[in-house]
Design a protein around this ligand. Structure first.
Ligand code: HMG
Ligand code: MG
Length: 307
């Protein structure tokens, strides 16, 4: 396998991981989650969303989370910004990177951000210009790139088309997202090969939900396609309120276990990630969705009992 020697992982649990939680999660817990992730070596942290609190109530404390977040040097803190209102709040909060999020299907665009794909690009244009003017990094997500909960199949050409429009807005990175976790390895290779004809591979990233248990395989397929940037979420937390039935993101512990096994450097401390995954799962009152995280925690416990 021809694999990269280094991969860059954006930790999305404080945003994607928590946005779908039904019970309110306190700002204290959100901030402690961020602190623990940073202590585990996370250098790209998606901290929260500046979206309408009517649409996603769990993210209503975005400004508080940002105000209380530790900001060590070298860490890029990103936030979701669907429009200028979100951008202005993100700027005031000191975000390093803003994320605009489009969809590869019209139906999902309407459900998630209440406008067509073309309208969303026009809404993002001033956000992109403002991000450039303020020297913030600009990232985009292309949702439902492998299948849509409303439309079903999504043509590869639609993913390429939206990605090219986001490239034209000046995005520094474009994340190709499997919102409902239906993609398989060959599909991932087809999509990245096609999108890479429009957007350089070093500007692409993979964002995989694990609904069908394919996410780690899809990370491998992406690596083989030359992609070396990924989003992942501690303990496999995550989901989108507008993608019913979709489960969490690929777990950070699983991705790091995979990458270290492949000799790919991540800069992340797996032991501390495991602790953080177990801690946040206990806070939320459920078992971690990370297979590697649970296995490593159980092994530690066995070792502690026999010494
Ligand atoms: P809208 O209702 O069409 O917008 O929503 P509007 O401009 O008519 O505003 C409606 C109300 O929201 C107004 O308040 C605005 O002020 C307020 P009111 O006058 O009624 O009191 N508002 C805002 N408040 C705070 N921050 C803002 C903001 N904008 C408007 N930025 C809108 C359009 C885009 C705002 C709405 O649809 C929305 O917030 N959607 C967000 C949906 C969301 O967060 N989805 C989850 C994240 S995406 C995701 O998870 C996918 C991803 O992980 C990749 C993948 O897996 O696919 C990234
Ligand atoms: Mg997501």
């Amino acid at each position: 396998m021809n694999l990269p020697s280094r991969a860059f992982i954006t930790e999305v649990a404080p945003r994607d991981g928590l946005q779908n939680e039904k019970q309110p999660v306190s700002t204290d817990v959100k901030v402690e989650l961020c602190e623990r992730l940073l202590a585990a070596g996370v250098r790209q942290l998606e901290a929260t969303s500046f979206v309408s609190p009517k649409w996603v109530p769990q993210m209503a404390d975005a400004a508080d989370v940002m105000a209380r977040l530790p900001r060590p040097a070298g860490v890029t803190v990103s936030v979701l910004t669907p429009n200028m209102k979100g951008f202005e709040a993100a700027l005031a909060a000191g975000a390093d990177e803003v994320v605009i999020f489009a969809a590869a299907s019209e139906a999902f665009s309407m459900r998630n951000i209440n406008c067509s794909i073309a309208e969303s690009i026009e809404r993002f244009r001033p956000v992109a210009q403002a991000a450039k003017a303020h020297r913030l990094r600009l990232r985009a997500a292309v949702s439902v790139a492998f299948g849509c909960p409303y439309q079903g199949e999504v043509p590869v050409a639609s993913v390429v088309d939206v990605s090219a429009r986001l490239r034209d807005l000046g995005c520094d990175e474009i994340g190709i997202a499997d919102t409902i976790g239906v993609g398989t390895a060959a599909h991932v290779a087809r999509v990245f090969d096609a999108v890479a004809r429009e957007v350089p591979l070093e500007q692409l990233s993979g964002h995989f939900h694990d609904t069908y248990g394919q996410a780690v395989a899809n990370v491998v397929a992406s690596l083989q396609s030359g992609v070396f940037r990924f989003d992942s979420s501690i303990a496999g937390l995550g989901g989108c309120p507008y993608a019913k039935g979709a489960t969490g993101n690929v777990a950070t512990e699983d991705v790091v276990y995979l990458m270290h096994g492949l000799g790919i450097e991540t800069g992340l401390d797996l032991d501390r990630l495991v602790d953080t995954g177990q801690w946040i799962s206990a806070q939320l009152g459920r078992r971690s969705q990370s297979r590697a995280g649970n296995a490593l925690a159980a092994r530690r416990q066995r070792e502690a009992e026999t010494t």
